[in-house]
Ligand binder design. Structure first.
Ligand SMILES: [Cu+2]
Length: 499
């Protein structure tokens, strides 16, 4: 209704203006053309000046009013080192063009006013002035050169690739309809090679080549986590159409082109928490994040950096959002420890694993060493007197008590830990599954336990501290009905008796 009334008022005003101009036409017919034209000129000149003032005030006021909605201002300051530079060049351009804008507008309207028709004034004939030509060509040339050259410097610094040997975290982002796969290099710091022919949506979404050892420890987390103040290089790929890797808060934006890998190098300078603290100061972030829950957390508290796709790539385009967390180095190291390799979780031991015949890979030996050390140390530092550690990587040849060569890694680790805690007395317990003859199993388990004990002696563990005992099939940990259960039951344990 209100809209209708406003529309009606505007229409009425328009009608009045048309009627008034008709009246002035009639009046001019009466008074004479000449005076009426002069009066109209004066009126127009006056309104032009009024318009200029209102227009310029409006421009400045609206720019100030919406300042905090623009990138680079208020809550939207850049969170990366090159981002600050980029914002700087935008600001320089804005200030210079802003000054030129205001001056030209003032001159344009002021001249229209000052040089309106005047019977007593005659136009000056003015053909050429070299001085003026120099001024209005020279100033723009200098200003433009400054802007372009400064812009080029910032651009080249922003787009520079990493130098060989530089300390950088290499990650990879692969866009597809409609998500991003993010790949981290794992402990070796190197991203493994891939081949599109190896892509299998179920088992190998990126087409990683498992025969490349660099791939073995690569992992694919659901969020992007990066340490603050650390240079990061993102390799950017696409599997289908054009996407765009866009991290607005870091001023990172790069096309993801199928078949043409691109990259972006940047250094985040503010953790997610730092950025939240910045937002906290702005009233627009001091409101509940969820309108339906006024008591809930405020907008600044729920803020997260995000990765978006900035290319309209299809109807699920919006769902390519991914959370980016910038954390301290310590938090990052902790997070890294919690990640597990894609190969070890999804490929290891399956038909497509080229190493399925190898019992232990280097990475598994490393991981097991850490795990065993943690387990052993925790047990030693706890209040309980005894405890059992399953020696997971002790293997025997089938049906025999001969140790498989790869068992040496586990046993060397055990021997080293026992050296660190010389008061520990323990038992090596051998267990089998329930297949085959019971008494044969019992003697097999005994001879396997003896075998482990003798290997440890060979590594310098005193026989006074240990005894070996075979339990046969009498102490299963799982059901013997399944292959996995039986495998779990065939085991050698280190039982701490006293410490
Ligand atoms: Cu996309």
């Amino acid at each position: 209704m209100l809209g209708l009334i406003i529309f009606g008022i505007i229409a009425m005003i328009a009608v009045i203006i048309v009627q008034l101009s008709k009246v002035s036409d009639l009046a001019s017919a009466i008074k004479g053309e000449e005076t009426s034209k002069l009066r109209a000129n004066n009126r127009t000149a006056f309104w032009l000046v009024i318009f200029m003032v209102v227009f310029l005030v409006f421009c400045v006021v609206s720019a100030l009013y919406y300042k905090n909605s623009m990138l680079g201002y208020g809550p939207h300051g850049a969170a990366s080192s090159h981002g600050v530079e980029l914002d700087g060049i935008f600001n320089t351009t804005l200030i210079i063009t802003g000054i030129v804008f205001v001056i030209t507008q003032i001159l344009l309207f002021w001249f229209s006013y000052k040089y309106r028709e005047d019977k007593n004034r005659k136009a000056t004939f003015f053909a050429h002035s070299t001085q003026l030509e120099l001024v209005w060509t020279g100033i723009p040339v200098i200003v433009m050169t400054y802007l372009v050259v400064k812009g080029l410097f910032v651009w080249n610094a922003t787009m520079a690739d990493v130098k060989p040997g530089e300390n950088v975290i290499d990650i990879e982002a692969t866009g597809y309809q409609f998500a991003w796969d993010i790949r981290y290099p794992g402990a070796d710091g190197k991203i493994g090679t891939k081949n599109f022919r190896l892509i299998d949506l179920a088992t190998n979404p990126l087409g990683q080549d498992w025969s490349d050892p660099k791939n073995i420890d690569d992992f694919m987390p659901t969020e992007i986590v990066l340490p603050v103040n650390q240079k990061v290089r993102v390799g950017i790929n696409s599997k289908d159409v054009l996407h765009n890797f866009y991290l607005p808060h870091f001023r990172v934006k790069m096309d993801a082109v199928p078949g043409l890998p691109t990259y972006f190098v940047f250094t985040p300078t503010m953790t997610t928490d730092d950025y939240r603290q910045r937002l906290k100061d702005y009233p627009e972030y001091q409101v509940p994040a969820d309108d339906t829950d006024p008591e809930g957390p405020q907008r600044w508290e729920t803020f997260d950096y995000e990765l978006a796709c900035a290319e309209l790539c299809g109807k699920g385009h919006y769902s390519m959002r991914k959370v980016v967390r910038i954390v301290s180095q310590e938090e990052y190291d902790l997070w890294l420890q919690q990640q597990s390799s894609y190969y070890l979780t999804n490929i290891r031991g399956t038909d497509v694993d080229p190493f399925r015949d190898d019992k232990l890979l280097g990475i598994e030996i490393e991981q097991r060493k850490e795990e065993l050390t943690t387990q052993f140390t925790e047990l030693m530092e706890s209040d309980v007197e005894s405890g059992v550690i399953n020696l997971e990587n002790v293997f025997f040849e089938s049906g025999s008590s001969a140790l498989d060569d790869v068992s040496q890694y586990e046993l060397e680790n055990v021997a080293n830990l026992l050296k660190k805690y010389p008061n520990v007395n323990f038992e090596l317990s051998g267990h089998t599954d329930s297949q085959g003859d019971e008494s044969a199993n019992l003697s097999l388990s005994q001879s396997r336990a003896d075998q482990v004990a003798s290997f440890l002696r060979g590594l310098g563990t005193s026989s006074d501290r240990m005894k070996a005992k075979g339990y046969g099939e009498s102490a299963p940990v799982e059901s013997n009905d399944t292959a996995e259960g039986r495998q779990a039951n065939r085991r050698t344990e280190l039982k701490i008796i006293s410490k």
